[in-house]
Design a protein around this ligand. Structure first.
Ligand SMILES: [Fe+2]
Length: 330
């Protein structure tokens, strides 16, 4: 059975891609940004997923105002980098996983989420920049470390999907992956954001307090995040801050029990707040297994059991306090 083992949230600022492509990553301005992803690259290499699902938005590269699907899943064997005005980025062609992608499409559509299926699609910086940040710089003649299934979400033309719809789609994707018979370890990315506005009188807007609350609630209370209306994203996080709803698809696919294992936040990169988080799934034993082990416990008075559990709780709390989330801020 395939399984989603972790989620990665990452901004996909185009200027980050330009800094990589033009060998400017060691410049002090950019080093501050890239240094926050060194641990992520180590994590990805160690985790070695079989497939990545990357939720991103197309920036008028594969789609235009003529045709914008709300959710478009890539089921092709490969996805070339799009020409975004300066020629295609010098990165490898992304290899897809058409079998798993087709299975996800069938499963979520029958689960009442109507996807557009793309059998031919170019991908832009929305997808390839987070890939570089977490998988490293790759030249066009190299390979990305694993196949990728792109999921493009419309956040560029009103109306984008709601946060609730995104969270529910993530849950449907989890059900789809878990019904795929092959043993695959899958990582899902949510990309975009964080707070930014690229035009108009509020151009350059960044709201770090909003961003940090959003990152905190990804683990603590994603349902609360799913109730945020579009207008709040616009007002608090800027016109392009709406990209953050895509992170809720990633979060929904992780299930209820997650552990934040890494976070990075810095401002600015270009005129955008850069946010990054890694969460691993922490599945609990199935209820039936817990019941059967509870039945095997020797009889004891309720008071004795409570006292024993309190005594055990202290070292557990101490261990939890010692195990801090690895966070980097600059
Ligand atoms: Fe974007």
């Amino acid at each position: 059975m395939a399984k989603i083992i972790a989620g990665v949230g990452s901004s996909h600022v185009p200027a980050i891609g330009a800094a990589i492509d033009n060998n400017r990553t060691e410049e002090p301005y950019w080093k501050r940004v890239f240094s926050g992803f060194e641990k992520s690259k180590e994590w990805f290499t160690k985790t070695k997923p079989d497939v990545a699902i990357i939720v991103y938005n197309d920036h008028a590269s594969a789609f235009s105002t003529d045709l914008i699907p709300t959710f478009a899943l890539g089921a092709a064997t490969e996805f070339p980098p799009a020409d975004e005005g300066w020629g295609p980025r010098p990165v490898p062609v992304v290899q897809g996983h058409p079998q798993l992608a087709s299975h996800i499409a069938q499963s979520v559509i029958l689960d009442e989420f109507d996807l557009t299926v793309c059998n031919k699609m170019e991908v832009d910086h929305g997808m390839t920049v987070p890939m570089n940040l977490v998988m490293g710089k790759k030249n066009p003649d190299e390979h990305w470390p694993c196949p990728v299934i792109p999921l493009a979400v419309n956040v560029v033309m009103f109306p984008p999907p709601t946060g609730h719809r995104c969270l529910m789609l993530g849950k449907a994707i989890r059900r789809a992956v878990e019904s795929y018979p092959e043993d695959l370890r899958v990582v899902i990315f949510g990309t975009g954001g964080l707070s930014h506005q690229i035009s108009g009188p509020r151009a350059g807007l960044i709201n770090s307090k909003w961003d940090k609350n959003f990152l905190d609630n990804l683990t603590k209370d994603p349902v609360k995040l799913s109730k945020i209306p579009h207008i709040d994203y616009m007002r608090e996080a800027g016109a392009e801050g709406i990209e953050m709803v895509m992170w809720l698809i990633m979060r929904g696919a992780l299930g209820d029990n997650v552990e934040e294992v890494y976070r990075f936040y810095t401002v600015p990169a270009s005129n955008t707040a850069v946010g990054h988080i890694i969460m691993e799934t922490r599945d609990k034993p199935k209820p039936s297994a817990r019941k059967s082990s509870a039945r095997k416990k020797p009889a004891a008075s309720k008071r004795a059991v409570v006292a024993k559990s309190k005594a055990k709780a202290k070292p557990r709390r101490a261990a939890a306090a010692a195990k801090k989330v690895d966070r980097v801020r600059s």
